[in-house]
Write a protein that binds this ligand. Structure first.
Ligand SMILES: [Zn+2]
Length: 236
């Protein structure tokens, strides 16, 4: 029984390998991966831009506060200047100079504010465009996911069936034999069990010596090809 089970195990494992490759090579899988990576790329740009926008908006707030402060100060100084309470020409000249300096300071800040507002407008427009792109990318990724699931659904079901079959087959394989099988599968590009084709090994396609062939009769024994060391089973 062991040899038959090993042969079945080899068949089901090759089948599982093919299904897994089929799933990863689906065009829908590649499309989905592309859409997801595009979504990630746009998301990153959008979050960087939002960060930049926040920074500029904080800067705008700070400069507006500063301008308001300067305006208040100008009003206070002008009120003093025209209050009629100060008659000393030197003092009046001092206040006048102060008002002039404050206004020129405020002018510079207002120019800076206009520049910041311009940058914010540009960033906001870019952000709005990015949001649209993100929305489109999200819809496309969802569609790609759905179409991958549709395309892969059948393969996925076959995979689950094959895995269940494999579990059943494993019950008939001794642990030591399974260990040997796993090792050979790893070493021999997935083909651990070969069928005897007449007197030829189906794995390495070499002829077996006549006396070796005569010995491969007992089903319970695990036979190995003297050339490639694969497990040999007789054709059933
Ligand atoms: Zn061989």
């Amino acid at each position: 029984m062991t040899n038959i089970a090993l042969h079945e195990l080899q068949i089901i494992d090759s089948h599982i390998g093919r299904l897994e490759r089929e799933l990863t090579s689906l065009a829908e899988k590649r499309t989905l991966d592309l859409k997801l990576s595009e979504l990630g790329r746009l998301g990153k740009i959008s979050s960087d831009k939002a960060h930049l926008l926040n920074k500029e908006q904080a800067e705008q707030k700070a400069i507006e506060d500063k301008i308001n402060g300067l305006t208040n100060k100008v009003s206070r100084e002008e009120a003093r200047l025209y209050s009629g309470k100060i008659s000393n020409p030197k003092e009046l000249k001092g206040i006048e100079d102060e008002v002039k300096a404050l206004k020129s300071h405020r002018d510079r800040d207002e120019t800076k504010l206009l520049e910041i507002i311009e940058v914010i407008e540009e960033l906001s427009a870019e952000q709005a465009k990015l949001n649209e792109q993100l929305q489109t990318a999200r819809v496309e990724a969802d569609l790609a996911q759905a179409s991958y699931e549709r395309a892969g659904g059948d393969v996925d079901m076959q995979l689950r069936q094959a895995s269940a079959q494999r579990e059943e087959i494993l019950k008939a394989v001794a642990p030591d034999t399974l260990k040997l099988y796993d090792r050979l599968r790893h070493e021999k590009q997935g083909l651990a069990v070969a069928q005897l084709d007449g007197s030829t090994c189906g794995g390495c396609h070499m002829e077996l010596p006549a006396q070796e062939l005569g010995r491969i009769v007992a089903e319970e024994q695990v036979w190995r090809c003297p050339h490639c060391r694969r497990i040999l089973v007789r054709r059933v």
